[in-house]
Ligand binder design. Structure first.
Ligand code: UD1
Length: 365
């Protein structure tokens, strides 16, 4: 029996680990234990995903909560170290690029426990992103790399990792999307906001580079108002973003537009449903760039770079950065844009979690 601590802490982790737990019963030689770090703690950022995605109760909840990067990372490390010393697993499996990913990987490494990283090797080559630091450091101490796309594989080889430790498995988030698509379709979330299918823009924003900088956030709000004159906008607002909108009195400015709907953060099913029926998606999220590629939706990414270049090659993702002329051109042209490539992204087929667990169960640990 191989015991695996599966680490999750922040919103984008839950849809990834859900795919692993969904197929875990097919691998009776593996014992998956969920460790929830508590990096995200609001019901709307954690519990709703756990419930909707049938994720089992954690065996351990570290209850870390918010804080600066150093505080949050250190708290996870201190608490997870105590757990791992008393409840040693054979493998620690981390996903994505959040502070909990980095913190648990460092602890596991110093306790000489093998580390597996799901979504390894992605690189934005932008060290101003906290996630890029987390990605680079996690991969530098990791033992098994599960990659979603060719660029990640190439990055890891270039960084000197052995090809034997890199496994091209596909995308667990896409597994979850396929599992939940029908259910998401049936809820028709657009009706809740009195919107019509394919006649609204779906917005998500939470990157510090967009929302913690007052000039950038003000400019984005101006553009959203311009957009709302042409197409209704639905915008579930992340807590980080809401704090800054309120501080800068931008929340009321957005709300005063009759075609802008601001909501609290939405759960997985509602987010997927809103994406499925959106005319266009505007985001700075890594996960939504991938989901929109699979759903063949036009996605305008308000970032200068992406660690997921496959979404540009195969999907309809366009990097806008803060080029508002390009933004306006894309909006004005949105009726003429069809998905560039009609084929699926290699290995994004709903079977990534099985490939990961198959590999883990083949390990001689
Ligand atoms: C974190 C991840 C980011 C991920 C994002 C998804 C890191 C470095 N960043 O960023 O990669 O894309 O999650 O949401 O790990 N807050 C709440 N309730 C919560 C969680 C957070 O109110 O449940 C507040 C915090 O107090 C803080 C702000 O939201 O003021 C930001 O939270 P934080 O966890 O620091 O980072 P995120 O921006 O969510």
């Amino acid at each position: 029996m191989i015991t695996i601590d599966v680490i999750a802490g922040a919103r984008p982790n839950f849809m990834k680990i859900a795919a692993l737990f969904a197929v875990a019963s097919e691998f009776p030689d593996l014992r998956l234990r969920l460790v929830h770090t508590g990096q995200h703690y609001d019901a709307a950022m954690s519990d709703i995903f756990m419930n909707e995605l049938n994720i089992p109760e954690p065996v351990c909840h570290l209850g870390v909560g918010g804080g600066s990067h150093a505080v949050q990372t250190a708290e996870v490390m201190i608490k997870y170290e105590k757990w791992i010393i008393n409840n040693r697993p054979d493998i620690v499996l981390v996903v994505g690029d959040v502070n909990s990913t980095l913190a648990c990987a460092v602890v596991a490494s110093k306790e000489n426990v093998k580390i597996a990283h799901v979504e390894a090797g992605l690189r934005s080559f932008d060290k101003s992103m906290p996630e890029e630091i987390n990605r680079i450091i996690t991969d530098s101490i990791c033992d098994y790399f599960y990659v979603t796309e060719k660029s990640a594989l190439n990055n890891l080889i270039r960084e000197g990792h052995s090809s034997k430790s890199i496994i091209f498995v596909g995308n667990v988030m896409v597994d979850t999307l396929y599992l939940m698509k029908q259910k998401a379709d049936s809820i028709k979330a657009y009706e809740k906001y009195s919107l019509k299918p394919n006649q609204y823009a779906y917005i998500t924003l939470h990157r510090p580079s967009n929302v913690d900088n007052s000039d950038n956030l003000s400019a984005i709000c101006e553009q959203l108002i311009w957009l709302a004159d042409r197409l209704p906008v639905v915008f579930p607002v992340h807590p980080r973003t809401m704090k800054n909108l309120v501080t800068l009195s931008l929340e009321n400015k957005l709300l005063s537009h009759k075609s802008i709907t601001l909501t609290s953060p939405v759960g997985y099913l509602e987010s997927l449903s809103l994406q499925m029926y959106a005319k266009i998606i505007i985001t700075d999220s890594g996960g939504i760039q991938e989901e929109s590629a699979v759903l063949h939706k036009k996605c305008l990414t308000l970032r200068e770079n992406t660690e997921r270049p496959i979404t540009i090659e195969y999907g309809n993702n366009v990097l806008i950065g803060n080029d508002w002329n390009m933004f306006k051109n894309c909006i004005n042209d949105m009726d003429n844009v069809n998905c560039k490539i009609d084929s699926s992204i290699p290995f994004w087929d709903g079977n990534a979690a099985k490939r990961i667990l198959k590999h883990l169960s083949s390990l001689n640990i």
